[in-house]
Design a binder for this molecule. Structure first.
Ligand code: FAD
Length: 590
């Protein structure tokens, strides 16, 4: 029997004779006013905004939610101080405002992040920067940014942050003080600048939270559903052919407005819709995650954000007991999968040596790698690192379509994680204008999912944990649930307490009933979704053969998997982890 959600639907995949509930809801009524293609943070954010306005909206994602660029970011919710150099003042201002908002409306996943820039020169970069303001092109070899330029940038950054003081102002330290604070830093450092941005610890779960807000408001969404093609109807609508990637079945879905938020794939999606475009020019970026206590200690709890010798901005960033190192920025070839290469790993090791020369790193300390393509606008002469990070919305009216009639198509070009709420508001406003309706509510102050009522102090968190402990749920487990779901953990806990439950043998971070809850509520298509996007087990390098077996067994009943499917899912998870994340997990099954 499937679990009922707030709208009275059963979500269990077995409840519809094998058809997923999310697909069933779209097929049962195969039309909506608006169809959004792409379930990264920007598509999902727009879905939530439109659903909250009472618009009949549907969203389809061809893989899992947050599996594209949104799942490959540096986890920073930041104003983008370096974009000042490109003259992108509007974007930096909007980003700082949104950073402060997200700290308030999504406090369960977005946390303040202390950031330190080591500076090796006083004046470099000052001459190159004004030229970039004018041309947006890199003049010659990039120069390292000196103290003067960084001071100027951070002062401007502080001035954008004056909206209630969500984060403290920046501070400069001279060499002696800098080395006293961070003794492993390169002794050639001249200054450090320390300021606050924010980070999103769990982008995958934040995306899911945003999605669930939209579903609660009446929107319908399904993952593992691809847009294949579109045909125009004379009444000003279009019918999209959608394919279920798990079963191969196809069906038609009609809408008056189509929103293309497929990120780096926007042009390919427009091509599939019969109206090719050349808006995009994505750049690939990779990261590695290290299990390295020495490097972790050297960072002293803060992100080290700096410029490598080639002028690229890179970061070394403690996340829990792991260290995230990134990122590269190279023109992407969309016909190839984005994968972290050996050359990129060498580059990361080189940059660690540049900042912490006495810390040795080796490949055995890498527990996870990931890579993605930034959905940037097409750029010709501009070097990847200097391509605008701002976004725009391209409209295609019915008159421009391949056939008479047809829906309006709005394509999103660009859009960072940081600005997703504001971007979704702009995109939703454009959709509302197409539909001739008005905005009813603003999302600017509306708590996202489990951010609602989230404790605002350590003491509040401890109180929450204590209140949710039982003889079978210790403080670690209660804290783990709060970290994973925010205050939505209360709904999860009611479900866990309604039947017999036990923690898994291979990890104390998950229980059998929690997996049932995820199967019922969180649209799990593959085993690997749980490892990478419903939990951070893969990110932290905690996947074992035993864990794969146990998870697959626990998910089999609620998801209706037979023995062959269980084996196939274990195999698939191993392949994905190896190919895309550099992780080899040996199977326990003969
Ligand atoms: C290496 C890297 C580091 C970054 N760091 C940061 C950072 O620190 N801070 C920050 O603010 N931003 C950062 N960004 C940028 C940010 O992550 C992205 O700009 C943002 O996540 C884009 O979201 P999106 O929803 O537009 O695109 P995506 O997340 O790429 O989503 C597009 C989705 O469309 C789906 N799709 C494609 N074709 C179809 C189809 N035919 N049918 C259905 N679905 C389809 C894809 O599967 C994909 O899930 C970074 C990006 C990268 C790559």
């Amino acid at each position: 029997m499937g679990l009922k959600d707030s709208s009275g639907h059963t979500n269990s995949a077995t409840a519809r004779g094998g058809e997923r509930e999310s697909v069933f809801r779209l097929r049962r009524r195969p039309n909506a006013r608006v169809l959004i293609i792409g379930g990264g943070i920007n598509g999902v954010g727009t879905f939530r905004d439109l659903a909250l306005q009472g618009v009949d909206v549907a969203l389809v994602e061809r893989g899992d939610y947050c599996q594209g660029a949104s799942g490959a970011s540096s986890h920073m919710i930041h104003g983008g101080i370096r974009y000042l150099e490109n003259g992108e003042f509007r974007l930096v201002r909007e980003s700082v405002v949104e950073r402060n908002r997200l700290l308030r409306i999504a406090p369960h996943y977005v946390k303040p992040l202390q950031t330190t820039i080591p500076i090796f020169s006083t004046f470099s970069g000052v001459l190159a920067a004004p030229l970039r303001f004018l041309t947006h092109k890199q003049q010659g070899k990039p120069k390292e940014r000196g103290a003067f330029l960084i001071k100027l940038g951070l002062s401007l950054y502080d001035s954008f942050s004056r909206d209630g003081g969500s984060v403290p102002r920046h501070q400069f330290r001279t060499r002696q003080k800098a080395l006293a604070e961070l003794p492993m830093l390169h002794p050639g450092v001249k200054y450090t600048a320390t300021y606050f941005d924010a980070s999103v610890h769990n982008p995958e779960r934040l995306t899911l939270d945003v999605l669930q807000d939209g579903e609660k408001a009446g929107g319908r969404a399904s993952n593992y559903l691809s847009l294949m093609s579109v045909s125009s109807n004379a009444d000003g609508s279009s019918t999209a052919v959608l394919r279920d990637q798990l079963t191969g079945e196809e069906f038609g879905f009609t809408a008056d407005v189509i929103v293309n938020t497929t990120g780096a794939w926007v042009d390919l999606t427009n091509q599939a819709m019969g109206a090719p475009t050349t808006f995009m020019g994505g750049t690939k970026g990779s990261h590695i995650v290290l299990d390295h206590p020495g490097l972790l200690a050297a960072c002293d709890g803060r992100e080290i954000f700096f410029e490598h010798t080639d002028g690229r901005i890179v970061l070394i960033y403690p996340m829990g007991d792991r260290v995230l190192v990134g990122t590269t920025d190279v023109d992407a070839d969309m016909s190839e999968d984005a994968i972290c290469t050996d050359g990129e790993i060498d580059y990361f090791f080189d940059l660690i040596g540049h900042v912490f020369p006495d810390i040795a790193v080796n490949r055995g300390q890498i527990v996870y790698t990931f890579s993605g393509v930034r959905p940037l606008p097409r750029h010709d002469a501009t070097q990847p690192g200097f391509v605008s990070r701002d976004y725009r919305i391209e409209r295609r009216g019915p008159e421009a379509g391949p056939q008479e009639g047809g829906a309006v198509v709005l394509s999103l070009v660009g859009g960072k994680w940081t600005t997703f709420r504001a971007l979704a508001e702009h995109l939703a406003d454009d959709v509302l204008a197409e539909l001739g309706t008005e905005r009813k509510i603003s999302t600017a102050k509306l708590a996202i999912g489990g951010g609602s009522g989230f404790p605002d102090s350590d003491a509040g968190i401890q109180k929450w944990i204590k209140a949710h402990m039982t003889p079978t749920r210790d403080a670690d487990r209660a804290a783990g649930l709060l970290t994973r779901y925010g205050t939505r953990a209360e709904e999860v806990i009611s479900y866990l307490d309604a039947g017999h439950d036990s923690l898994l043998r291979s990890t104390r971070e998950l229980s059998v009933r929690e997996l049932k809850f995820m199967a019922a509520h969180e649209q799990i298509g593959h085993l690997v979704d749980v490892l990478i996007r419903r939990t951070s087990l893969a990110f932290r390098g905690l996947v074992t053969g035993e864990l794969l077996n146990e998870l697959a067994e626990a998910l089999a009943e609620p998801l209706g998997w037979d023995a062959a499917r269980v084996a196939a899912e274990i195999n698939h998870a191993q392949e994905v982890l190896k190919r895309y994340h550099g992780v080899e997990v040996h199977s326990l099954v003969a």
